[in-house]
Design a protein around this ligand. Sequence first.
Ligand code: FES
Ligand code: FES
Length: 165
Amino acid sequence: MSEPMQRVALKVNGEHHVVTVPTRKHLADILREDLGFTGVHVGCEHGVCGACTIRIDGAIARGCLILGGQSEGAEIETIEYLSSQPGTRDLVEAFVSENALQCGFCTPGMVISAAALLAETADPTREEVRAYLSGNYCRCTGYQAIVDAVMKTAAGRRAEKGEVA
Ligand code: FES
Ligand code: FES
């Protein structure tokens, strides 16, 4: 028996796409395999590790928990977009300068979650950063450098606004 297919129209990183995919294919695999956004990483496929974190209509979401049909008409942003934007490039650069990655598998999801935290909280504590990122697993770094990168970004943004860093 052939697998049921579904046509899905969605907007990714500012561009419209239409794909025809198996109805049970999740959005993270569609983004990677059908549209080439390989910065979306797939780890657990159970919503646990955070590797597949993306933004849907401005809110962070797990790409592995959403079927293609559920994203019909949605506006999606991946790390490929965020890393090119002036508003988030500083965070990506801080991950690099603070050596906040080793294998890099968790990094796209980590950056997207951290960007959401900093959009909500300009002056987080280290504990708040750790709590916010607790749904993003890193097997390599011990998290210290990741927290450093987020704190550095927050301080840099406050300094830019003339607030005490
Ligand atoms: S692959 Fe989606 S949360 Fe792990
Ligand atoms: S840098 Fe390897 S999993 Fe986080």
